[in-house]
Design a protein around this ligand. Sequence first.
Ligand SMILES: CCCCC/C=C\C/C=C\CCC/C=C/C(=O)SCCNC(=O)CCNC(=O)[C@H](O)C(C)(C)COP(=O)(O)OP(=O)(O)OC[C@H]1O[C@@H](n2cnc3c(N)ncnc32)[C@H](O)[C@@H]1OP(=O)(O)O
Length: 332
Amino acid sequence: MFPVSPNYGSGCPCFPTPCAQAVLGSTSTPVPCPALPACVPPGVLPLSRRPPAWGRAARQPPGLPLALARAFSNNKILVELDESSGVATMKFKSPPVNSLSLDFLTEFCISLEKLENNRACRGVILTSAIPKIFSSGLDITEMCGKSTEHYAEFWRAVQEMWLRVYGCNMVMIAAVNGSSPAGGCLIALSCDYRIMVDNPKFSIGLNETQLGIVAPFWFKDTFVNVVGQRIAERSLQLGALHPAPEALKLGVVDELVPEEKLQERAAAVMAQWLALPDHARQITKSMMRKTVLDRLISHREEDIQHFISFTSKESIQKSLRMYMEMLRKKSG
Ligand SMILES: CCCCC/C=C\C/C=C\CCC/C=C/C(=O)SCCNC(=O)CCNC(=O)[C@H](O)C(C)(C)COP(=O)(O)OP(=O)(O)OC[C@H]1O[C@@H](n2cnc3c(N)ncnc32)[C@H](O)[C@@H]1OP(=O)(O)O
């Protein structure tokens, strides 16, 4: 058996039986596998393993009624796909504050994978169904007083979420309709474009140092890629949460809109991005993000061990407990 291409996977139409192009060095009759486009330049990793789609959402199978919208919801995320535009909306609805628990992260990854595997879907808008909160970031209770096995499982899920969003082939737009600290900010930063509600009461940023913890290198890399080294360095050290107008000034978000215009504006921006041929945009995205993605991919286990040993320290546990206590006192 010849080795298969590293690009080969469940996103390939010939999966699980690799076609001639998927098999490296094969001499069997070539059957073109569109999952392995010859146009991907060497060294540019396709973002997800799904075949590139160029305007495929516009195609409807002849004779079939137009499928307009499909919705599926598990628990914490409501997903709606408009097949006529090829745009899905993932709405976080995990009260009280959309914290990124292990269950939330698992459901998030499964939902995004389902959309990636759906040829009708080309773009995803991430937003919240909870008033005033986009996401409160990682669920701190998952990092407090748990076993090392739990920390490992939780951290792997956080990594998986980031790898999927940052490496996603589809156009990802964050419609930030509330506060978005730390992990919530990371989700928004990992999208292609961020639109935030114009309300100074809503803030966004990587505030880890305020909790006495350190944003991992891939949070930092993602931030630097959006706002540049200087702004990221100052903001990260101070653990700054930027009110929406300041976030716009610093480039943390791309634009502000009144709350009632948010979904309409997200749809309009999405349409602009989807007007481009998918394959050209996807390869460009991959080129821009590959180095940062590869850094985590090649240090994933090490990063989990770092997280475990850092989080297990009594001083860190104490900081997290005090922070939770402060939140509880504040909430009443
Ligand atoms: C060289 C060595 C380097 C090694 C590095 C290796 C590893 C790095 C290690 C760790 C990295 C971890 C990275 C962490 C990322 C994160 O995302 S940490 C989470 C940060 N999040 C926050 O700081 C947000 C905290 N929350 C708030 O500020 C507010 O809750 C709010 C989101 C603005 C909403 O405010 P409000 O509407 O007023 O709601 P309440 O404050 O009343 O909250 C309601 C209840 O929800 C609970 N809660 C809030 N946030 C969280 C959360 N993130 N996790 C869990 N629970 C949360 C809050 O306690 C309330 O609960 P009760 O009703 O009181 O029970």
